[in-house]
Design a protein around this ligand. Sequence first.
Ligand SMILES: Nc1ncnc2c1ncn2[C@@H]1O[C@H](COP(=O)(O)OP(=O)(O)OP(=O)(O)O)[C@@H](O)[C@H]1O
Ligand SMILES: [Mg+2]
Length: 298
Amino acid sequence: MSDSSTSTGAHRAEQPAPGAPETSGAAGAPGVGHAARGPAARGSRSGNAPKQIGEPLISARGVDKFFGDFQALKNIDLDVRRGEVVALIGASGSGKSTLCRCLNRLETISGGEITIDGQLLPEEGKELTKLRSDVGMVFQSFNLFPHLKAIDNVTLGPRKVRGLSKADADQQATELLERVGLADKANSLPTALSGGQQQRVAIARALAMKPKALLFDEPTSALDPEVINEVLDVMTELAEQGMTMLVVTHEMGFARHVCDRVVYLDQGEIVEQGDPEEFFTNPRSERAQAFLSKILAH
Ligand SMILES: Nc1ncnc2c1ncn2[C@@H]1O[C@H](COP(=O)(O)OP(=O)(O)OP(=O)(O)O)[C@@H](O)[C@H]1O
Ligand SMILES: [Mg+2]
């Protein structure tokens, strides 16, 4: 984490994503809402019109998670609104991954409830499959299928789950790979791609399912410093296009300059949340102050 603040300090939100075209309908940009923007109109950072933040798309109410006797999440109340980009930060073991996994129902919750776009996350069955595909997930370890070319990694979900024809899935995947700057790597196997390129394929793969929201769990932590920005650039572009995103990250520059809100988790609890600029310059809780002084000291 030593260079996390510097690498994203250098990360400029104004930079265009590599090769990302202005428009691509493939993933949709569901940033149309009716509620007023929060205090930080970050949509103006690149000169675009401020994006709109809508109604809650992901809602957690009183969520508890136990592993045996150990309580990993404590009474979590969290809304991620349509078009909003939320950074989830906290020390190792604070429960960030567990929260993401619960929101996507990769883990069951022990108490409370989670709704996605107004619908209660079901325990299992077809409805769960559908709701789960509404919330895509991008992991630290890209989890691409090693025997499939980049394009086939992207088309697999749409073909198997959404029943798209090969031609339609290929066309969509080609557009998405172009959008993440990898048009020329469509036929490469993952082993022939750098970590940053593999992670961009993983983002294209998540987008191919046309999710309403994307969860990122430390998407750049496994990457060499020199390729972190190419992934952050793609994520910035998605944010500006109105994708709803919850991002677990140690990239404080990204959290501060790209996200609409920061949520700080400690020992399974949301200790503090708010406007990134305020959080980073004037954290209210002692725990957040201690956390920030540690990570920003590097
Ligand atoms: N399957 C599990 N069984 C038992 N305990 C678990 C399990 N998964 C997570 N935990 C515990 O829950 C707590 C939260 O873990 P989690 O992985 O969510 O932390 P994190 O904030 O993502 O940390 P990191 O920054 O290191 O990724 C930790 O104490 C962890 O040991
Ligand atoms: Mg984690």
